[in-house]
Design a protein around this ligand. Structure first.
Ligand SMILES: [Zn+2]
Length: 305
């Protein structure tokens, strides 16, 4: 009896026991990974995203109800590079689900397939509170990285649900082709604004800026995750002026007062742009995230201040 039990648990651990017709139960940390999981998985997956698009992905209000959600998960998609380190580990520990523990086939760390920006070359001093100690984890804001995310998810889903592997691969390929077409369109739209200097609150747009030929002139935060002091802002303003920064680009959930003050002081336009699906009511999927943000930026840059 004891033997039979351990063989069954082992089969469950290895993920071989997916009942016929059951959907893969996918949990994504941020809604962008969830949105892409839906594109790749179609009606073969049930997707839950933990963070909302209106939240800072570093500081998510991780309600304990997600422990139950994670307990039932076949797949956990996380960004990694310490993006979720402040809130995900207690949920995963509480869930006691071997299918999503690190190194289980159901645990997907998406940053592993990405060329990360700003990876530190020397030793990391965590005492400073920098929330990007392993490099910049906001890689999904470059739509080209969306393709890498789709392909990693298609591989993971195919491994766990081989009966539908051909479908996952076909869906990922369709998604990649749609993105490729849109990237050409978006790049053309941004062509007249190449080299525009931009200020952001956090280093959350770096991949986005690089993709569309915009340049980061400075950030409202002195370091990722650290709120600015008045003396930092007073030193920042003349630097931004001499750089000729034209745009202050912030997520809608950031405090508004300091960015407004900086925009006013340097004669730049303030633009609210979500970095995640669900960041406002118009950003419903991974494509509309870029459609929306780029339209806001173009509208602000067209009209001289
Ligand atoms: Zn960050």
């Amino acid at each position: 009896m004891k033997h039979t039990f351990s063989i069954i648990s082992l089969a469950a651990l290895l993920g071989g026991g997916l009942p016929i017709q059951a959907k893969l139960n996918v949990v994504a940390t941020v809604p962008d990974f969830g949105a892409i999981a839906e594109e790749v998985g179609g009606d073969k997956v049930k997707v839950t995203s933990i963070a909302r698009g209106t939240e800072d992905a570093h500081f998510v209000d991780a309600r304990p109800s997600y422990i139950r959600v994670l307990n039932q998960a076949d797949v956990l998609d996380e960004g990694g590079a310490e993006l979720e380190i402040g809130w995900l580990p207690p949920l995963v520990n509480g869930a006691r689900n071997a299918r999503i523990l690190s190194d289980a086939p159901g645990h997907v760390v998406l940053s592993r397939g990405i060329r990360l920006l700003e990876v530190p070359t020397g030793p990391v001093d965590r005492s400073m509170g920098d929330v990007h100690p392993l490099g910049n984890p906001h890689f999904w804001t470059d739509p080209a990285n969306g393709k890498a995310i789709a392909n990693a998810l298609s591989e993971a889903f195919s491994r766990l649900d081989p009966a539908n592997a051909a479908l996952y691969q076909a869906n990922a390929q369709k998604f990649d082709e749609r993105l490729d077409k849109k990237i050409v369109e978006w790049t053309k739209l941004m062509e007249p604004y190449r080299g525009t200097k931009v200020v952001t609150y956090h280093k959350s747009f770096n991949y986005f800026l690089e993709r569309f030929g915009l340049e980061l002139a400075g950030t409202i935060e002195p370091k990722p995750g650290i709120e600015p002091s008045p003396s930092y802002i007073n030193g920042l303003i003349p630097r931004l002026k001499s750089e000729g920064a034209k745009l202050v680009l912030i997520e809608p959930f950031r405090p508004r007062k300091t960015p407004e003050y900086v925009a006013q002081a340097i004669g730049a336009r303030l633009v609210l742009a979500p970095t995640s699906v669900g960041g406002n009511e118009k950003v419903k999927d991974y494509f509309s995230l870029f459609d929306y943000d780029l339209a806001q930026i173009v509208a602000a840059l067209k009209e001289p201040k």
